[in-house]
Design a protein around this ligand. Structure first.
Ligand SMILES: Cc1ncc(COP(=O)(O)O)c(C=O)c1O
Length: 378
């Protein structure tokens, strides 16, 4: 049997919506499908304002502009994240200070954040890894105390919650990804959530190449022009149409994905109980949204052996993230602090195959292979 890591999910409504775009002749961005998607997210999660973007990377770049980062401003974020979280701020000249994750879960540790705050700190970026919430009360308290902006990199976190509040809706900004490995997809795609009224107007301008074209298309101004810096962050209507096809089946997708997550968890629990692996649990303040399933091996060597064992069986599991503080690009700029929890997760995490239409026999095959590895190979 072959079990791929990811299989993008097609809902069956894509062709209908793409044909509608072609028939309407409205191909560029901020058209009817973009508005349908915006309405969906604003109604469903109560977000103050959302803007679709061409990726989470672009949403992060917009957030960095909105934070008004100036060269030399410091931004605190986890080292255990994707490069885009850091690049977006480095593009604005920020100095990145990497915090460690907690020991119990690969999310940024508020204690590590507090140790890095200086008079030059301007913002904190948090990543809700695998859709599980960071300790937002502690982080928002720190931000309030030191007058800092908070960006939630919620790339993994659609439909996940912190004490009942939707992730991406707690900090000043939230950024989401609709890349084809995420819960809902448009190939490449993303979204910026603006939770603070002060930034709403400027966000729309940055989104539309630094112009007030969005206000113009609502009839609020009779011509549009250059108002600010900005770029082409809005997606074409075909991307929004693809995303809308997914939103029509959002609940069904979420049910499928949560089922897979629970199947893996139950299937691997005996290894957890035997102390052979760890399965970082969902804290009482958080929810699991079926974004991905990951397990943690004891050490790097065991991870590499398990990955190749699975590959021999036709199972394509992967690892990530390579910690950013020790990357080729950043390590010469890093201040030398050791980040032990980050290194541990970077060395030991395995992400298992995960896609909406995974059959039970495929999940069973993966679970049995991992159990067999620990019974026979260790
Ligand atoms: C935490 C995090 N932030 C940002 C991104 C970038 O998302 P995108 O591919 O939509 O630009 C990713 C990619 O998966 C990610 O894991």
């Amino acid at each position: 049997m072959e079990v791929l890591f990811n299989r993008p999910f097609i809902t069956g409504r894509e062709i209908h919506h793409l044909t509608e775009v072609a028939r309407s002749g409205k191909f560029s961005g901020n058209g009817p499908y973009t508005r349908l998607c915006h309405d969906f997210f604003e109604r469903r999660f109560g977000f103050r304002k959302v803007l679709l973007t061409t990726s989470c990377t672009d949403a992060l770049e917009m957030a960095a502009i909105l934070c008004d980062i100036q060269p030399g401003d410091e931004v605190i974020m986890p080292s255990f994240t994707f490069v885009s979280s850091a690049n977006a701020f480095m593009l604005r000249g920020a100095t990145i200070r990497f915090a460690d994750t907690g020991a119990d879960y690969p999310n940024i540790d508020p204690v590590s954040i507090a140790q890095l705050i200086t008079p030059r700190t301007r913002a904190i970026l948090v990543v809700h890894y695998a859709g599980v919430a960071c300790e937002m009360d502690a982080i928002m308290d720190l931000a309030l105390q030191h007058n800092l902006l908070v960006v939630e990199d919620a790339a993994h976190s659609i439909d996940s919650f912190y004490r009942g509040k939707p992730l991406g809706g707690i900090g000043h900004f939230g950024t989401f990804s609709f890349h084809e490995t995420k819960n809902i997809i448009s190939g490449e795609g993303g979204m910026l959530v603006i939770n603070d009224e002060r930034f709403v107007k400027r966000a729309e301008i940055i989104w539309e190449k630094g112009t007030d074209r969005a206000a113009f298309s609502r009839g609020e101004v009779n011509k549009y022009g250059w108002k600010d810096i900005g770029s082409s962050y809005l997606p074409a209507e075909i991307i929004a149409a693809l995303l809308y096809a997914q939103l029509e089946r959002f609940d069904e997708i979420q049910t499928l994905r949560k089922k897979i997550w629970h199947y893996y968890y139950n299937g691997l629990k005996p290894l957890l109980e035997a102390g052979l692996i760890s399965l970082p649990g969902v804290p009482e303040w958080a929810t699991a949204n079926g974004n991905m399933f990951f397990m943690v091996t004891k050490d790097r060597e065991k991870r590499m052996r398990l990955l190749s064992f699975l590959k021999e069986k036709g199972i394509y599991a992967v690892f990530h993230y390579l910690s950013l503080h020790s990357s080729d690009f950043f390590s010469p700029k890093h201040d030398g602090r050791v980040l032990p929890n980050t290194d541990h997760y970077s060395d030991c995490i395995i992400r298992l195959p995960f896609y909406n239409e995974m059959k039970e026999e495929e999940m069973l095959y993966v679970v049995e292979a991992i159990n067999r590895f620990y019974l026979t190979q260790v």
